[in-house]
Design a protein around this ligand. Sequence first.
Ligand code: IMP
Length: 225
Amino acid sequence: MPEADGSGAVARHTVYEPMADHQLLIATTSAGKLREWRHLLADTPYRLLDLREAGIDFDVEETGDTFAANARLKAEAYGRASGLLTLAEDSGLCVDALGGRPGVHSARWEGDDYAHKNALLISLLAGVQDRARACRYVCSVILREPDGRLWETRGEVRGQVALAPAGSSGFGYDPIFYVPRLEATLAEVPDRAKDRVSHRGRAAQRVRAALMARLEAGAPVLGSA
Ligand code: IMP
């Protein structure tokens, strides 16, 4: 069990072993997201399962108009099917000069070849300078308790659409997501650096705190339906 330091915070030196009875389904079909959630939650005592390990092989149609609505659809479908504590997220890239596109349609927008998608975004911003190239990544997360209760959070990171793709780490739109204070795209920095600043990394800080609070309370305490 976690050691508390008396203030309600978890002592920094605590080393956690994954516990079989604290399972968390990372309900995503995206290999890139799964990889990131695995390292973002590696320092919790939860045993992280993916959809395959939970015996699930269906997709959920993302019919919602918002990131939160789509995250909820996935949390409900995968949570019900697995009976497990379930984390689902919906995320995407919103480009200011394009009225927030591709937004909730980021995964499907213009197919699934990211070299093409990224080149197209750059060409759509031809002649647009510096700050007018502003964009953000949004990540909406829902945790669903096995009893159906829901808890939600969100993380964002602001950046600019790069003038040219750069870097090969990360996934998706990362080679064109330029973060001025890093002077690099998210595909040019190591995983840990992306985790520190990214939409998913920011949401994960709050997810981690909620997961720990839940364990310390010894019962599901996350939100309500
Ligand atoms: P969805 O949440 O399944 O709708 O997919 C989110 C889509 O947004 C991904 O397929 C990517 O296109 C994009 N996306 C979200 N987060 C990231 C990220 O961290 N890096 C790169 N692309 C991302």
